[in-house]
Design a protein around this ligand. Structure first.
Ligand SMILES: C[C@H](O)[C@H](O)[C@H]1CNC2=NC(N)=NC(=O)C2=N1
Length: 162
């Protein structure tokens, strides 16, 4: 098995000044589907659902953002990827969250990979971020600690060992 071959066009992109325009052009070289205008960027402003207390939730949301959570493009969801040393730990984490979701009747979208889990919390009705999303995101952070989550880059990865 040989070394990965570099794409000269991609290399020239990454060597340019790292401003927004160049990172967009790198993304198009990496074949992100759809036009550049549809690229999803994280929002910096949370949008809380009707009936929520933005003052209280605002502080809690800022704490989450400092702990590695991000807002989605519309500011209506919080997302985070948790990394694990084994697939079993990743699935156990999913089950832990699933159990709390069932009891609280509030459910995430989760994508399980061999050594990581993407978690996405939003509220569908009323539409936007609610105290339930914030509480469940905090529960995820606690659960990840219990399951031995590791730093980004330290999780199990698919593919041949080096
Ligand atoms: C009736 C039931 O409790 C509701 O449909 C719940 C189910 N789980 C949910 N989960 C999430 N994430 N958002 C919701 O609005 C939601 N609604």
């Amino acid at each position: 098995m040989g070394l990965p071959r570099f794409c000269p066009r991609l290399l020239s992109c990454t060597l340019r000044t790292p401003n927004v325009a160049s990172s967009l052009s790198v993304s198009t070289h990496l074949r992100v589907p759809g036009p550049v205008s549809q690229l999803r960027m994280a929002s910096s402003t949370p949008r809380f659902a009707e009936g929520e207390d933005p003052q209280r939730l605002g502080l809690d949301t800022q704490s989450l953002l400092q702990q590695g959570w991000a807002l989605d493009a519309e500011g209506m969801a919080v997302t985070k990827t948790f990394h694990f040393k084994s697939y079993f730990k990743a699935v156990s984490f999913v089950n832990l969250i699933a159990s709390e979701s069932s009891s609280k009747k509030h459910h995430p979208t989760m994508t399980v990979r061999i050594g990581s889990v993407d978690v996405h919390w939003t509220t569908h009705r009323p539409r936007g971020l609610t105290h339930k999303d914030i509480a469940m995101a905090q529960h995820c952070d606690n659960g990840a600690g219990l399951m031995g989550a590791v730093e980004t880059g330290q999780g199990l990865k698919c593919g041949p060992s080096p």
